[in-house]
Design a protein around this ligand. Sequence first.
Ligand SMILES: *Cc1c(COP(=O)(O)O)cnc(C)c1O
Length: 378
Amino acid sequence: MAANSNKLSKLTQSVHVGSKGDSLYGGVVNPIYPSAAYDYETEVRYPRYFNTPNQKAVVEKLVALENGEDGLVFSSGMAAIMTSLFAMLKSGDHVLFQNDLYGGTHHAAVTELNRYGMEYSMVDVSDLKTFEKAIRKNTKVIYVETPSNPLLKITDLKGVAKLARKHGIITIIDNTFASPVNQNPIDLGIDIVTHSGTKYIGGHSDITCGVVVSSKKLTDIIRKSAVNFGGTLEAQTCYLVERSLKTIVLRVQQQNKNALALARFMESEPKIGNVFYPGLKTHPSHAIAKKQMPGGFGGMLSFEVKGDPAKFLSKLKLIKRAISLGGVESTITSPVRTSHAKLSAAERKSLGISDKLLRFSVGIEETEDLINDIKQAL
Ligand SMILES: *Cc1c(COP(=O)(O)O)cnc(C)c1O
C-alpha cells in the first residue's frame, strides 16, 4: 500500500491512505479505537508508545503526503518540535537556528536549551555562505522554517540540505506554514519535517496536534524520546485529524488561490504599505519559492496598514481578529501583540516586525467577499 500510494496524486492520497474503513461492519471510515489497554500477547500497544490504530492512520496519511518513510503524531506542534530537537541533541551539542523563528519556538530555545547544556545560535539564513560560517565543530542540528512567521521569508531548502550534508549535520524544518500540500522538504534533502497540526492539518481551528515525518531510522530515534517525554495524542483527536486530512488538499488549494488574489489586491491598494507574500513577483525570494513550493505559495501573508491597525481590525466584518492560523475561516493577528509579544522591542526591530504589521491567515471563503471586507475596513 505505502509503496504504490506514492504514485497516487495528493488529492487521492489525502482521502484514501491509512483510511481502510471498518472491516467488521463494512463502514467506509475508520472506527475510533479508544482503548488504552491492549492484550500484550498480541502486540504491545499503548497510546504513549505511538502505535495505536488511530495514531497510525494519521501517520500513514502524512507520511504519504510528505514523501517520508515513517512518522509520529503528537499532542501539539511544540511537543513535536521539542521532542525532535531533544532526541537529536545531548549536552554539549550546538543547534543552528535560522533567526526568524515562530515566536513559541524562539521562546522555547532561549529558555530551555542552555539549561540542559546545549548551545544554540540564531543566524540570518538569506545568505547561505554567512549561515555556513556559523556552523561549529559541535553543531548537530540545523533548524529552519519556511515560509517564516510573520514576514514570509523563504529559506533555500536545497541549499541548506546540501551544506548540512557536507558537514554531517541533521536538518529539521518546521513546515507548518507551507503545509504538506505545497512543500515537501524531504524531496529537497531535509531530514526531519515537523508541523503544528493545529494549523493546516487540523484546518478548522478546533484541534491541537503536532506531527513529525522522517526516515524510518530517524523516526525510531525520535520515537524513543517521545515515549519518555509523553506528548501523545488520544484516539478521538486522532480521528478528527484523519477526518481533516481528507480535505487538506481542497482547503489549501482554495487558500493558495485566495492569498495570491489578496496579495495582488493589497499591492495595488494605496492605504496599504508593504505586502509580504512569496507568490508575488516582487518578493525577494519568489524564484526559490516557485521551485520549492510546487503546490502553491500558501495561505499566509502579511501587510502593513498605513492607518491605525487596531482601528482597521475593529472594522472588519467577515475576517476575525484571532491568533493561530490555517483554519477555514480568515483570521488576522497583530504579531506585536501575539506571536512576537515575548520578544523585546529591539529584537522585533532587528527582525523587521513593525507595529503596523498584520499577519493574515486566509481562509476558504469566496475571494471577492474577502477583498470587499478589507476595502470597507480601509
Ligand atoms: C503554531 C505553531 C507552532 C506551535 O504549534 P502548537 O500546536 O501551538 O504547539 C510551531 N510552529 C509554527 C510555525 C506555528 O505556527
